[in-house]
Design a protein around this ligand. Structure first.
Ligand code: CUA
Length: 345
């Protein structure tokens, strides 16, 4: 009886120690969404179960090893026991009960995380090798419906956002660790669009990371996420909805950033995935077929619209998205070319 009491006390102490250590808030990243609160609650509950069962098993084993070891002068084996029906029934029924209960609260948590808010705003997320693009439907002050495209995911705080996830090429995955929720993104058009709901509850800057190996540039497939006050979000959106009224070069730089060009093409002379843009314009380019062309306006425009037409020596065809003539307007393409040209001056 005294052994049982000591083991009981040790199990309680060990459970508290391990449990407090695991749920101390240092394992998981910052919590920045409504969904994260629910997810972390379930996580902590599991940690407590783990702490208890690890303690129960380890304390009993260690206690037996030490206290009931064969001492000096003792001979023979321990008492032989065969079966214990009550114990066996108990250790079958109790875990089954716990597992079923966990399935129920797991389902409840999932339902809670996926709860739909009819007032949710919608953002279309477009993933491509290897960039992110975010599209917002906006109605301007003049009542004109327009689309805002951004390379940063700006979200209002305390407002549910419905993210509609599109992929242009392969499977990617939307994951902001601080939001906890995550969803694979499938190619194949509207039929395969996946949805994810998140309600950011903390202002700040976070990183959206692709969580599915998607090729050479996977590790660079990161985008900024900014959570701001609702009013700040509205003014940002209206600002973005306005036409680009900068110079051609500056607008071109903005499009190159927004539409992911700079995810692969650098402007500092280094080669990451694709040829650098620094000093490209007006210079000779050696192509994979052995010929040489001058990187003029025409060459650059063709390379944006039909990237496989002229492959630069040392690079692979099929890496660059081939739908930029659908995504970009002719003006935007000209502005990007103007930006590339400016990098050779
Ligand atoms: Cu996209 Cu990894």
């Amino acid at each position: 009886m005294i052994h049982l009491l000591i083991v009981g006390v040790l199990v309680v102490i060990s459970t508290l120690g391990i449990g407090l250590l695991l749920t101390g808030g240092w394992i998981l990243p910052q919590q920045a969404s409504q969904q994260a609160i629910t997810v972390d609650w379930l996580f902590d509950l599991h940690f407590w179960f783990i702490a208890f069962f690890v303690s129960l098993i380890c304390v009993i084993i260690l206690y037996s090893l030490i206290v009931f070891r064969r001492k000096k002068g003792e001979k023979g084996d321990g008492v032989y026991m065969e079966g214990n029906q009550r114990l066996e029934i108990a250790w079958t029924i109790i875990p089954i009960g716990i597992v079923l209960w966990m399935a129920v609260i797991g389902g409840q948590t999932l339902a809670d995380v996926e709860r739909r808010d009819p007032d949710a705003i919608t953002v279309d997320v477009v993933a491509a090798q290897w960039s992110w693009r975010f599209e917002y439907e906006v109605t301007t002050a003049e009542g004109v419906a327009t689309k805002v495209v951004s390379d940063t995911l700006v979200l209002p705080r305390n407002q549910q956002v419905l993210l509609r996830l599109h992929s242009q090429d392969v499977i990617h995955s939307f994951f902001v660790p601080e939001f906890r929720v995550k969803q694979d993104i499938l190619p194949g058009g509207e039929k395969y669009v996946r949805e994810l709901r998140v309600t950011p509850n903390t202002n700040g800057n976070f990183s959206l990371m692709c969580a599915e190996i998607c090729g050479q540039g996977h590790t660079t497939m990161v985008a900024q996420v900014q959570v701001v006050d609702g009013s700040e979000f509205e003014s940002w959106l209206n600002e973005q909805a306005a036409e680009c009224n900068l110079s051609d070069t500056e607008c071109g730089q903005r499009w190159a950033q927004t539409f992911g060009c700079l995810g692969c093409h650098t402007t500092d002379g280094t080669t990451v995935i694709a040829p650098t843009w620094l000093g490209l314009f007006g210079h000779n380019v050696e192509l994979a077929d052995g010929s040489t062309v001058v990187a003029d306006t025409n060459y650059l425009r063709t390379s944006i619209i039909d990237p496989n037409a002229q492959i630069v020596a040392g690079f692979n065809p099929g890496v660059m998205p081939q739908n930029f003539d659908e995504i970009l307007s002719a003006e935007q393409i000209d502005q990007i070319v103007a930006f590339i040209e400016s990098l050779s001056n």
